[in-house]
Design a protein around this ligand. Structure first.
Ligand code: SF4
Length: 326
C-alpha cells in the first residue's frame, strides 16, 4: 500500500495534536526514565491500564530503581506481581535487572539491539523504550495498533495470523513520526485503547477519522479481519486444601514453566469422567507422600490462559499421616 507523504504528515499532526490535548495522566508518563517506562510497558502487556496503575505504584515504591530490583529476592517480586498474571514477565524482568547491573552499570542500554538481548524484551517493548526514552524512531505494533492500522487502511490481512507478523509493522514504520517517535507511538496505542476500540469504536471522537478508509467506506464493523482459531483445550484440575490443625499444605511449582516458582495447593489433572474422594486421596498421596481424607467439595472455578482453559475443583481435606516426600 502506497501512502502519500502529505497524507502521512497530516495523520501524524492530527494524532500528535490529539495526544497532546487528551492523553491520560498516567504515573509512568510523568517521566522518561528508562527503568520506569520499561516496568510500565512490561506490566501493560496483556493487561488493562486501570489494573496496572496500582501495581505500578506499589512496584515503584518497593523497587524504585534497577539496582533495588536486581538485589531483591524473586519471591518478593512475585509477591508484588500477585494477581497481575503472566508471571514469566516478573521473572524475566528480575533476571534482566541483574544483567543490566552486571553488564550495563545499572542503566538500561540505549539501543534497540542491546535492549532485545535482555530477557523478556522483544520487538514491542524494545521499540517502546527506545522511542519514548531515547527518541529512536522505532515503531510499536501491538494488538491495539494493528486494529487501528487495519481500519485506517482497510487492510483485510488477519491481525491474528502469526504468518503475517511483519505486515502491519510495515504500515507502522511508514506512518511513524521520526521527529517525535515516543509521543507518536503512545498516541497510536492510546487511540487504539480509548477510541478505536474493538467492539464499538468512538469514530466521532477520532482525530484521524477523515483519513480512515474503513470509516469513509462505512466498513468499520468489518475490520480488523481475524482468522478463526481452533477452540482451546480444557483441562480439568482437582485441588486439595489439606489442613493439619491450623496449618495448610502448599507446594512450590518448579522455577521454570507456567506460574513457575509460585505456591499452590496440591493438585492434579483429571483424565477420567468422574472423580471420587478415594481417587483424590490416592493421587495426593502419590504427589506428596502423605495420607489425607477428603471431607467435602468446596467449589469449582474456571480460568482461561492463552493456550488452554482450566476448570479447577477444590476439596476440603485433612491430614492423616505420613511425611511430605516430593
Ligand atoms: S475513524 Fe473509527 S475506525 Fe477509523 S481509526 Fe478512527 S476510531 Fe478507528
Amino acid at each position: 500500500m502506497k501512502m502519500k507523504k502529505n497524507t502521512i504528515q497530516k495523520i501524524q499532526q492530527s494524532l500528535i495534536r490529539w495526544y497532546n490535548k487528551n492523553s491520560l495522566d498516567l504515573p509512568w508518563r510523568k517521566t522518561d526514565a528508562p527503568y520506569r517506562v520499561w516496568v510500565s510497558e512490561v506490566m501493560l502487556q496483556q493487561t488493562r491500564i486501570e489494573t496496572v496503575i496500582p501495581y505500578y505504584n506499589r512496584f515503584m515504591e518497593r523497587f524504585p530503581d534497577v539496582g533495588k530490583l536486581a538485589g531483591s529476592d524473586i519471591q518478593q517480586v512475585l509477591k508484588l506481581w500477585e494477581g497481575l498474571g503472566y508471571y514469566a514477565r516478573a521473572r524475566n524482568m528480575h533476571k534482566a535487572a541483574q544483567i543490566i547491573c552486571e553488564k550495563f552499570q545499572g542503566r538500561l542500554p540505549n539501543t534497540r539491539e542491546e535492549l532485545r538481548l535482555l530477557p523478556g524484551i522483544g520487538g514491542y517493548i524494545s521499540a517502546a523504550v527506545a522511542s519514548i526514552c531515547f527518541h529512536i524512531p522505532a515503531a510499536v505494533v501491538d494488538g491495539n495498533v494493528k486494529r487501528v492500522l487495519a481500519r485506517l487502511f482497510m487492510d483485510a490481512t488477519p491481525v491474528n495470523d502469526t504468518g503475517e507478523k511483519n505486515h502491519f509493522e510495515t504500515y507502522a514504520v511508514k506512518l511513524l513520526d521520526h521527529e517525535q517517535p515516543g509521543d507518536f507511538n503512545q498516541a497510536m496505542m492510546e487511540l487504539g485503547q480509548r477510541i478505536c476500540k474493538p467492539g464499538n469504536p468512538f469514530c466521532s471522537d477520532c482525530p484521524v477519522q477523515k483519513f480512515c478508509m474503513a470509516f469513509q467506506a462505512d466498513q468499520v464493523g468489518n475490520y480488523p479481519v481475524r482468522v478463526d482459531r481452533k477452540s482451546v483445550p480444557l483441562k480439568k484440575m482437582n485441588y486439595a486444601i489439606v489442613f493439619q490443625g491450623e496449618k495448610c499444605l502448599l507446594l512450590q511449582r518448579p522455577a521454570e514453566g507456567l506460574l513457575g516458582g509460585l505456591w499452590e495447593f496440591p493438585g492434579y489433572e483429571q483424565h477420567q469422567q468422574a472423580v471420587s474422594g478415594k481417587q483424590i486421596e490416592t493421587m495426593i498421596r502419590r504427589i506428596t507422600g502423605i495420607r489425607i481424607s477428603v471431607k467435602e467439595k468446596i467449589g469449582t472455578a474456571g480460568h482461561a490462559y492463552t493456550h488452554f482453559k482450566v476448570t479447577a475443583t477444590v476439596y476440603l481435606c485433612f491430614y492423616k499421616s505420613g511425611e511430605i516426600c516430593l
